[in-house]
Design a protein around this ligand. Structure first.
Ligand code: EPU
Length: 336
């Protein structure tokens, strides 16, 4: 079923809480809903506004925002090893993680408490604590706006990368995600090698699914601001991927520089948070915006900031990092 809004205030629909408007917003559940919309009155300009956790509105949106509302979590098949689950695009991501953990199903626990909806997870291949959504995703169900058909794209065709997928490139503006199918394991497969995770899990009494979830939630809560309290969109920037020679040049000067494998030959990933902190920007406040005091990757709205103010400040942060290290850091959030 479709619900429609006109000239709607978006401040409660984006986690930065910037006060912009959309000319029209349509909440939908099914492919049929979208087929009706695109057949009868094809929008000139549209964008999917899911949980609004990874978006910065810098102006009013004059097109149609599409918000998924499908809330189902269904078991598609199960064996003694695994359970295949299909979740609607409108399910809160962390509700899906909690659902899996309650049923002793492994695979999503490291992704606990990531804000946002299931439909957004494949787009930026959400990741944290050594895991990425792509590790569990089997396929993505989507609506194609050109053919008005429902299509299923298997994981191999999703071109998943670090905070990246085909939905950001070839399929951008062509499809709307309806549901995601994930394979969860009945067998323990703990991944505890990231940062303090193992220590936090041991401190809770050892390796259980529940303890891993609790540990991840505790670490996130200690570092990341709650958008309900302080407007933000999680990591504003992506960790930059650079050539190994660039990293070696920097390491010679800054031996503390964190360097991670990038999954591509001759390339490595640097920690944008570290680069920003070393550029002196961590905790910096300018007017109504700032860099979060505990996690430099996160830009925050201290109250009443416009998207334009956040964007102008983001450019200053990028410039500070570039001036200091000669490295460009790109925004991770969608800027509209
Ligand atoms: N660091 C600093 N200063 C900071 C932040 C980080 O020096 O202010 C250093 C840390 O000490 C560490 C390195 O940078 O050596 C990496 O930091 P951390 O482990 O906290 O992870 P991150 O690279 O800052 C990424 C994701 C987060 C995710 C964490 C945990 C990106 C852009 N961000 O952050 O994702 O929660 O790893 O896995 O990849 C998000 O996408 O919104 C998000 C919060």
């Amino acid at each position: 079923m479709i619900r429609e809004f006109h000239n709607i205030d978006l401040s409660d629909r984006n986690s930065f809480h910037v006060r912009q408007q959309a000319a029209r917003l349509v909440e939908f559940e099914t492919a049929d809903d979208l087929a009706e919309l695109f057949r009868n009155d094809p929008p000139q300009r549209w964008f999917v506004l899911s949980g609004g956790n990874n978006i910065l509105f810098t102006q009013d949106f004059d097109g149609v925002l599409l918000t998924p509302r499908a809330m189902h979590i269904d078991v598609v098949s199960e064996t003694s090893d695994a359970v295949v689950v299909r979740a609607g695009a409108g399910v809160e991501w962390d509700d899906l993680v909690a659902w899996a953990v309650e049923r002793e199903l492994w695979g999503l626990e490291n992704l606990s408490l990531i804000p946002g909806k299931v439909g957004a997870a494949p787009v930026q291949n959400i990741g944290a604590y050594g895991a990425e959504a792509k590790d569990a995703i089997e396929s993505v169900e989507m609506f194609c706006v050109n053919t008005l058909n429902r299509l299923i794209l298997s994981k191999e065709h999703c071109a998943f990368g670090y905070r990246d997928s085909v939905f950001k490139h070839a399929l951008r503006g062509k499809v709307v995600i309806l549901a995601v199918t994930l394979r969860l394991s009945r067998h323990p497969q703990p991944a505890l090698d990231y940062g303090d995770l193992r220590r936090e899990v041991e401190a809770r009494g050892g390796v259980t699914l529940h303890n891993i979830r609790e540990a991840v939630c505790a670490i996130r809560r200690s570092k990341l601001p709650d958008p309900a309290v302080l407007g933000n969109a999680g990591s504003f920037f992506k960790n930059p991927i650079v050539g190994r020679a660039v990293a070696e040049r920097l390491l010679a000067r800054y031996p503390q520089l964190p360097v991670y494998p990038a999954g591509a030959e001759g390339r490595v990933k640097l920690a944008a948070g570290w680069l920003i902190e070393q550029s002196g920007m961590k905790g910096r406040v300018e007017g109504r915006v700032g860099v979060h005091e505990r996690q430099a990757l996160v830009l925050v709205n201290h109250g009443g900031a416009t998207g334009g103010e956040v964007l102008a400040f983001a450019r200053k942060v990028q410039a500070a990092v570039y001036d200091r290290f000669g490295v460009e850091i790109d925004a991770e959030v969608n800027i509209l």
